[in-house]
Ligand binder design. Structure first.
Ligand code: ANZ
Ligand code: ZN
Length: 813
């Protein structure tokens, strides 16, 4: 290996030359082809796949290079490691860019991918490039379609007409999570969304709500679990029927069935479908005016507790099933159609919103839980004995709930139920650049799936993709006009495409065998590698992507494709790199920093190390390109360890060298295990300073051993520089094929020395201490000595002087 290798000395040091040279060698020798040795424990390391927006930016480097370091660390620690990468290539930005530049979304996407492939190579990461997946390739999205049909066959994909959030600018429906902020704007373009009724395809993720709440098989950050738990929003309570004269029953969802005797009025969401029917002639115009106003408001405003409560009487009454009383039915915007049943029993005595509403409209308030003596608030939401509640009187809240539910059940007036905030996953998009939904609508046969042998349903290449509000594929008659696969009659193809979250819900499986054509992935490869051991990526994906991929895995298990329940065992969220404007760095915000300038000037290793050095990986922080120079100088110094350039020739203590080396190995090992890249690098910097200071002062064998160990530790962090160093001091085989060094715990401990302790200049004791004891610790140790205490008791310590390695002098008076 040393033959083609030019010596590095500080004068001719060129990081980019070194890096290019090694990358060529690695590629020629296929160094990063995934090792399949079944005798080694497997480690599937997955980093979130990038969107091909054009160029890799510093945020990508921040996500990927520490992941690479960890994957390399695992490899050197005896694992066979699978570390793939791909492109999440469908989606709106391609269409927007295409419209802006008059270029086809496909061309834009694939040319970006080509560009980014080159940039990924420059990173010097150990990606297995043979495993690459591009989600807009027909070989990939064909399996999206296959999954869709599997879901449909199992009743997990269905169509319904539903009001959807619609972005008038992007002309598309949005999933709930793509509507953001208090003004409910489109996540992408910031336009306020409106409601629109459309036939939509949905996935029944709510069938898995309870299972998705079980996190016991996951080693995931607490924060992600909490976000998912809140997103799913499970509420236990009861459904209760309230008879309405001349209409039938209206259902409410309540978490407090114990308070039923205190339900003095009834409130429906203005959008509730029964409102029209129950409203009396006198109240109709007022009801309609209110509905219209509420429809224009945002959900956030409507649920804002500080806002004054408003509503309108419908003229109708419902019967409280507990006491037979007729209670008035109102509509009010604080009741939402999308939760529970869209109607509530209002209990002002125990619910604050209901209290405010009752006060305003002069409705009766009956407490059904006795507040404590000193309670001087309005609604009382705490525990206490039931009052004014007939057979419940005296019971605590929990007991009263149970008794009321049993009572309602026995009279067919309701029962226990569970409600979730989680909605079914809206899959349909009225856009071009996505996976065509593989369904056919036939007048005779209804909606039928495309036969598997006809997959993939190809996305037509020359469609008009300028958004019109309808699916662009509707304009392609040759696309949608088909014959029914069942009866052969005239039929129409579905023209919606799939939400791109579909693509990223199962891509980790496709990586295993991207060209396999008998199933989404080769089951034999699956047995060798699944599930993912470690997933790294941003916390912004906590509720959408990470919930969807869990859902997918559970369905795949039920289909029989996998035999486990969760897609990735461990999750680590890196922090966010902020752009120069203080916002998260992203192409769509236009605040990206191009890593290329830094790579050209300092090399990839310097950028990698700098990003890992700036702070704890999970914290992220603002980008400051100024600091990279220092890291680059350190790498240059590190590379010079192997050259013959001068150093101090003063005799150095070989046991000190051994101790430092053992400590470094221990520290770097423990830090890399825990993703503490910054402190690992800091320790390595200190070590290089030390080595350079003693260079020439220890024997050649000891010196070489130390530099070898250092090169091994450097390998996952700065792979090119480590290889360069190893070529000088190591073996002919790549540093990346070496095992991780171990350490000797005993060797990490400092030697004992004897410290003299003086009090006011007089020798009072001799104490044992580690040779590298710090000043404060030495003084403390001195003060703790009993022989010393005799001379300091009752006196004030004025000063303490520490002469390193020799003595402590305590000045008292
Ligand atoms: C009567 C009651 C009495 C309630 C009481 C609460 C306290 P969570 O915990 O979030 O599930 N509610 C039900 N559906 C609603 C809707 N569509 N829009 C607005 N509010 C709705 O909240 C459940 C409680 O929120 C339900 O229990 C209901 O008010 C209200 F002392 O019923 B409760
Ligand atoms: Zn048919």
């Amino acid at each position: 290996m040393t033959d083609t290798h030019a010596r590095t000395d500080t004068k001719t040091y060129s990081p980019t030359d070194i890096e290019r040279r090694w990358r060529e060698k690695w590629e020629a020798s296929d160094l990063y082809r995934t090792e399949e040795d079944a005798g080694k424990p497997k480690h599937y390391a997955l980093t979130m796949l990038p969107y091909p927006s054009g160029d890799l930016h510093v945020g990508h480097w921040y996500a990927m290079t520490p992941s690479d370091t960890h994957a390399r660390f695992m490899r050197m620690n005896g694992h066979r490691v699978f570390f793939p990468i791909g492109f999440d290539a469908f989606g709106l930005p391609a269409e927007n860019a295409a419209i802006k530049r008059n270029i086809h979304p496909r061309d834009w996407t694939y040319s970006n991918i080509e560009n980014m492939r080159g940039q990924l190579r420059q990173m010097g990461a150990m990606f297995d490039l043979d495993a690459e997946v591009v989600t807009c390739d027909p070989e990939y999205y064909r399996w999206n379609q296959w999954f869709f049909i599997e879901f449909f066959k199992r009743g997990l994909a269905y169509r319904k007409q539903a009001p959807v959030d619609w972005c008038p600018k992007d002309n598309t429906t949005l999933a709930r999570e793509q509507v953001v902020g208090p003004d409910r704007v489109c996540e992408r373009c910031g336009t306020p969304v409106v409601k629109k009724n459309l036939w939509q395809w949905l996935f029944r993720i709510t069938d898995y709500a309870d299972e998705l709440l079980d996190f016991s098989k996951l080693d995931w950050p607490e924060r992600v679990e909490t976000l998912q738990r809140n997103w799913i929003g499970r509420s236990e309570g009861a459904q209760i029927s309230f008879p309405v004269l001349g209409y039938g029953d209206l259902e409410v969802f309540t978490t407090r069935p114990d308070t039923l005797f205190g339900a003095t009025f009834f409130v429906m969401s203005p959008e509730h479908p029964a409102v029209n029917e129950i409203t009396t002639a006198e109240q109709r115009s007022a009801v309609e005016a209110y509905r219209e106003r509420a429809g224009r408001m945002t959900e956030i405003d409507r649920t804002d507790n500080t806002r004054e409560k408003t509503g309108v009487f419908t003229g109708a009454y419902a019967t409280n099933p507990a006491n037979g009383k007729e209670i008035p039915i109102y509509i009010a915007d604080y009741v939402l159609m999308g939760y529970g049943t869209g109607a509530i029993m209002a209990v002002p005595g125990q619910d604050e919103r209901d209290w405010l509403f009752a006060e305003k409209y002069d409705l009766p308030i009956v407490r059904t839980v006795k507040p404590p003596e000193d309670f001087d608030g309005k609604a009382y939401t705490g525990d206490g004995p039931a009052i004014n509640s007939d057979f419940l009187d005296g019971l605590g809240v929990e007991e009263a709930k149970e008794k009321m539910v049993a009572h309602l059940e026995s009279r067919n007036s309701g029962g226990a139920t569970v409600t979730y905030r989680l909605r079914d996953w809206l899959i349909s998009r009225q856009r071009y650049w996505g996976t065509p939904i593989p369904m056919i609508h036939c007048k005779e046969c209804g909606t039928v799936p495309v036969p598997e042998s006809d997959l993939p349903v190809l996305l037509p290449e020359d469609a008009e993709f300028t958004p019109t509000g309808e699916s662009p594929l509707k304009l392609r008659e040759d696309f949608w006009r088909v014959s029914c696969p069942e009866c052969g009659g005239e039929a129409e193809r579905e023209t919606d495409t799939m939400d791109t979250f579909m693509d990223s819900s199962w891509y980790q499986y496709r990586y295993l065998s991207p060209r396999y054509d008998a199933a989404p992935f080769d089951p034999e490869r699956g047995r060798k590698w699944l599930p993912v051991d470690l997933y790294t990526g941003g916390v912004e994906h906590a509720v959408m992507h990470l919930l969807y991929t869990r859902f997918f895995t559970k369905v795949m298990r039920d289909i029989g494709l996998v035999d486990f329940d969760e897609p990735m065992d461990k999750l680590f969220n890196q922090g966010i790199i902020l752009g120069p404007d203080g916002n998260r760095m992203s192409k769509s915000r236009g605040n990206v920093v191009n890593p290329q300038d830094y790579v050209d000037r300092y090399g990839s290793d310097a950028l990698r190390c700098y990003l890992m050095f700036i702070g704890p990986w999970n914290e992220g922080g603002p980008w400051d390109g100024g600091g990279i120079g220092g890291v680059s100088r350190w790498l240059r110094r590190a590379a010079s360890l192997a050259t013959d350039a001068e150093g101090s020739s003063a005799e150095a203590d070989p046991s000190e060298l051994g101790r430092r080396t053992n400590r470094l190995v221990k520290k770097v090992t423990e830090d890399l295990e825990a993703f503490r890249f910054n402190t690992a690098i800091a320790a390595m910097m200190e070590y290089v300073n030390y080595l350079l200071a003693i260079k020439g002062g220890v024997g050649k064998g000891e010196w070489n051993g130390a530099v070898q160990t250092f090169a091994l530790l450097l390998a996952p962090i700065a792979p090119h520089h480590a290889e360069e160093l190893w070529a000088e001091v190591g073996t002919d085989e790549s540093v990346h094929l070496q095992g991780w060094p171990g350490w000797d715990e005993a060797e990490t401990l400092a030697e004992k020395i004897t410290l003299i302790v003086q009090v006011n200049g007089k020798l009072r004791d001799r104490i044992e201490a580690p040779s590298d004891i710090e000043e404060d610790a030495a003084k403390e140790l001195a003060l703790a000595s009993e022989k010393v205490a005799v001379h300091t008791n009752g006196k004030t310590l004025r000063k303490a002087i520490y002469v390193p390695g020799r003595l402590v002098n305590l000045v008292v008076g």
